[in-house]
Design a protein around this ligand. Structure first.
Ligand code: ZN
Length: 377
């Protein structure tokens, strides 16, 4: 070993502290000092010192005592998920959504405001003011705030300087500094579907490969390789919405014809029919003929989109976005359609519906700060 490979004493301490913290973080139930000592194979004095430091930082707490048949009962320790939080903001054509999540990525506050997107100072000022109002309304302490993640339905360049194009917001070359300059906290901007994929991968403890197909007004996706997002050369990987499912077909936001997004945007179920998502699915359940026809066509194209993903990547496919909570009832139907398309498989058990529902994007972008924090404790 070279001298430069050796960790300094303070680095060793930090590594140990992080191991203790991550051990407690990953447990479903509180643990004792003895559990930590035995599981991590580090000495009791080291465990004691690390716990002291983590307690002083407010990152862990004693939560009770172990059941014992005799002798002194050992105290139980757990991480305090409320010690820090991050906020995820989703920008969309007509709304801005704010979600705060704790260190376990659990939602602690949510609000949605109606606001037409405009690429101007007034809009970005409003975005920042509403954030402050959100923090105040839920009594979220700024001293515990790790950062603000913002998702946009567009392609974010690798150095976080520009959103090169957003067909859904109808803008090109959106300056990211303009979006974030009025927000006095660390900011991170990400493509909405990429963020959603990160959230779903996290919730499902997906260390495997996974494709995420996001169904909103825009259709997008994310590709997670061994749990990590694959961004592609230009940050444009997994743009499933602009793969062609019908050459020469319906006009897409991007200017081309026949894209998956042109057929599977949720606008086909809502805006086109003058209905909300809830009204559409209620009408469908009530057996309205027109809605059944629209839904069948939607599912046919959706199946084609999913099938293409499966053929390309041979991995699990997760569906997310605002309509995902409504999709559970139609999962068997969708799997059946997939099965018919596929010459190599006789089932479509690889298809899943995301657990984060409509908030996946906000949760995923907030996770950027949560992950960074817990990895560096
Ligand atoms: Zn397109």
């Amino acid at each position: 070993m070279k001298a430069s490979d050796k960790l300094s004493a303070s680095e060793v301490r930090r590594v140990n502290r992080n191991r203790v913290y991550m051990y407690l973080y990953e447990q479903e139930t509180p643990k004792t000092k003895r559990d930590i000592e035995q599981s991590l194979e580090i000495s009791m004095p080291t465990v004691t010192q690390n716990l002291k430091e983590l307690l002083e930082q407010g990152l862990i707490s004693y939560v009770g005592t172990e059941e014992s048949t005799g002798g002194r009962k050992a105290r139980q320790i757990a991480v305090d998920p409320a010690a820090r939080f991050a906020v995820g903001i989703e920008l969309s054509p007509k709304h801005i959504r704010y979600v705060a999540v704790d260190l376990r990525a659990r939602e602690i506050a949510f609000t949605e405001v109606e606001q037409q997107f405009q690429d101007n100072a007034l809009y970005y000022k409003y975005l920042a003011q509403e954030l402050e109002r959100f923090l105040d309304a839920y009594d979220l302490k700024r001293s515990q705030l790790l950062g603000i993640g913002i998702t946009v339905p567009g392609i974010v360049d690798k150095d976080q300087s520009v959103v090169t194009v957003s067909p859904v917001l109808a803008v090109r070359k959106l300056n990211i500094r303009q979006i974030t300059e009025r927000i006095p906290y660390p900011c991170f901007v990400q493509n909405d579907a990429s963020a959603g994929g990160v959230a779903e991968g996290w919730m499902h403890y997906m260390q495997d490969n996974m494709a995420y197909l996001y169904l909103g007004k825009g259709v997008g996706g994310a590709l997670l390789l061994e749990g990590k997002p694959y961004m592609g050369k230009n940050g444009r990987s997994a743009e499933f919405g602009h793969t062609c499912v019908h050459p020469g077909g319906a006009l897409c936001h991007c200017g081309k014809r026949g894209c998956l997004e042109a057929y599977c945007s949720t606008a086909r179920l809502t805006d086109d029919l003058g209905k909300s998502t809830e009204e559409f699915f209620q009408g469908l359940q009530d057996g309205e003929d027109e809605l059944i026809r629209v839904w069948n066509r939607y599912l046919d194209y959706l199946a084609l989109g999913i099938y293409n993903i499966r053929m390309n990547f041979d991995c699990d496919v997760m569906l997310g976005g605002r309509i995902s909570p409504f999709l559970a009832d139609y999962l068997p139907d969708l799997r059946m359609r997939l099965q018919k398309l596929n010459a190599f498989e006789n089932n479509a058990a690889y298809l899943h519906i995301g657990a984060c529902g409509s908030k996946a994007n906000c949760i995923g972008v907030a996770l950027h700060f949560i992950k960074q924090f817990i990895e560096q404790v």
